[in-house]
Ligand binder design. Structure first.
Ligand SMILES: C[S@@+](CC[C@H](N)C(=O)[O-])C[C@H]1O[C@@H](n2cnc3c(N)ncnc32)[C@H](O)[C@@H]1O
Length: 287
């Protein structure tokens, strides 16, 4: 079929359009979207540059490009994002998993090196389920609970648990930071709560400010509102000998540490992400 442009020409045109729309990763996004419009692997635009798009494929690409020009996140458009080398389905109902959050997974693996042991794992604010499911993929004998207040996020997390074949060890419950439906004590608690100060949200990239759920971003006036809510609840759900791994925003380590200390949890370590920003606090119960 030769009704549309070649993939090479479509890729060049898409790169130009996305660069004009102010997208820093224009070439990468263009390659992924051209390939996605044809239902092929993300490298298709490079490996088959002389192949022609069909009429329907051209129309599909035009629609995808319009959405990206309006700064809809690429992950929403292709409905997928990799986290911890696992494929997650994503969309507007839950935060797109961020590479920075993999710092929490690395930290858990460092403190709990025995992958064969059976741990009870809790994820406060599970969103897409990325933290809990990445941990269950590493700890094959463990089970876990993902908590969120958003029913839509919980549906997405359940869908991801199914598609990653982890649903038999993962349960998901609607709860306001564990006030209801969470009874047990957990060996490993992870949480990436919303921590953007409200006044900063409008200044974020349009992909985040206009398209990601406000409930997943908003940390109140000072960014610390969810940590304040979590501190007593996390403290009461941590098993003896258990550890909590908390994602924090840039510059928040001292404030969050002292907040949790008031609830009997002391900071064992503050771990930096790949950009050198303190990203994960490791907390243990004070005896
Ligand atoms: C920053 S997102 C993190 C999502 C996911 N864990 C990740 O790392 O990508 C925070 C999550 O906390 C949830 N959340 C906000 N307020 C909550 C509350 N009161 N109780 C439980 N979850 C809440 C949001 O719905 C959102 O899914």
């Amino acid at each position: 079929m030769t009704s549309g442009p070649t993939l090479g020409a479509a890729y060049r045109d898409a790169s130009r359009r996305l660069a004009d729309a102010g997208i820093g990763s224009a070439r990468l996004d263009a390659r992924i979207m051209v390939s996605f419009a044809l239902g092929g692997p993300p490298t298709l635009a490079l490996t088959e540059p002389d192949r022609h798009l069909s009429g329907p494929e051209s129309a599909r690409l035009a629609d995808l490009l319009k959405r990206r020009e309006r700064r809809e996140p690429l992950a929403h458009i292709v409905e997928a994002k990799e986290f911890w080398s696992l494929p997650f389905r994503v969309g507007p109902d839950a935060l797109v998993p961020r590479p920075d959050s993999e710092t929490l997974i690395e930290a858990v693996l460092k403190y709990f090196p025995d992958r064969e042991k059976s741990y009870a794992i809790l994820d406060f604010g599970t969103g897409s389920g990325c933290l809990l499911l990445a941990l269950l993929s590493e700890y094959g004998a463990s089970r876990g609970t993902g908590v969120d207040i958003s029913d839509k996020a919980l549906s997405m997390a359940k869908e991801n648990a199914e598609s990653l074949s982890l649903a038999d060890r993962a349960s998901f419950v609607r709860s306001d930071w564990g006030d209801e439906n969470v009874e047990e004590h957990y060996d490993i608690i992870v949480s990436n709560p919303p921590y953007i100060p409200d006044a900063h949200i409008e200044g974020l990239a349009p992909e985040v400010a206009a398209f990601e759920p406000r409930l997943a971003l908003s940390g109140g006036a000072d960014g610390l509102v969810c940590y304040r809510a979590l501190a007593p609840r996390l403290s009461s759900r941590l098993a003896k000998g258990g550890l909590a791994f908390l994602e924090i925003g840039e510059g928040m380590a001292d404030d969050v540490s002292s907040l949790f200390r008031k609830h009997g949890l002391k900071t064992l370590e503050s771990i930096e992400d790949l950009s050198g920003i303190e990203r994960c606090l490791v907390l243990e119960r004070e005896e």
